[in-house]
Ligand binder design. Structure first.
Ligand code: URA
Length: 238
């Protein structure tokens, strides 16, 4: 699937259309198994099965890895087989797979299943909620290799406001200057896409679906609910 500039229809009196010049690749635009997996992630009857929920995220990560791999640098290698030699193409450099804990883990595992020699980075970014209903993004723990001149793929299942992703990417930039940054998510919200686009215009976004609405608390509508809770159970901390 080739990346392309996509057109998003926003609900409203005139059904405004936004054109993005950033790369947004909706993996279920041409219907495929990804559409099925996203539907299952959303479905209240199916999402109670946590193992299936995690696996569906993982499968989206696997497809995203496959599609992203088409854009990476490849090199010629002469491979020795039991019967001769074969001129072959091999991935030139391994990417760095970065995950926002904890909800990003299943998607990260899917990417890692395919980029199985990749280096990895883990970031704990969470929403610190205030009594007035607002929240700020707090970054606590970061474990990261050098990102200098590396392709970085950041996994976060829900691109909602985009604030945790942008904060994470800005933080990662202190670890070296990546050659490319990709975001992989299951569902992206138009508001979040716009925010990422304004803050990080060169980042490519790969998603399983695009939704138009966001609640005041930053949940995507129709979305799927809280991806971290559905994958791993509810937590005490807000
Ligand atoms: N995070 C989630 O888990 N779900 C949303 O809808 C938004 C952010």
């Amino acid at each position: 699937m080739q990346p392309e500039i996509i057109r998003i229809h926003k609900p409203g009196p005139k059904h405004r259309t936004t054109y993005y010049t950033t790369m947004v690749i909706n993996l279920s635009e041409q219907h495929s198994l990804v559409s099925n997996w996203v539907a299952e992630l959303r479905d209240t009857e199916i999402q109670v099965d946590r193992m299936r929920f995690r696996r569906n995220l993982e499968r989206i990560g696997e497809v995203a890895a496959y599609e992203i791999s088409k854009l990476l640098a490849w090199e010629e290698r002469e491979i020795t087989t039991p019967l001769g030699t074969s001129p072959s193409k091999m991935l030139k450099d391994q990417p760095v797979l970065a995950t926002i804990l904890r909800a990003g883990l299943p998607l990260h595992q899917g990417l890692l299943n395919y980029f199985d020699r990749a280096d990895n980075a883990f970031i704990s970014a969470y929403r610190k909620h205030h009594r007035d209903g607002t929240f700020e993004i707090s970054l606590d723990y970061v474990s990261c290799p050098s990102l200098e001149n590396r392709v970085v793929i950041v996994a976060d299942p829900m691109l909602a406001t985009g604030s945790s992703l942008v904060k994470t990417i800005q933080y990662l930039r202190d670890e070296g200057k990546p050659s490319e940054i990709h975001i992989v998510c299951a569902i992206a919200c138009t508001v979040g896409i716009e925010y990422v686009h304004r803050s990080e215009p060169k980042v490519k976004i790969w998603c399983g679906a695009i939704d138009d609405e966001l609640t005041a608390k930053g949940y995507i509508v129709p979305g799927l609910g809280d991806a971290g809770d559905l994958a791993y159970g509810t937590k005490q901390q807000m």
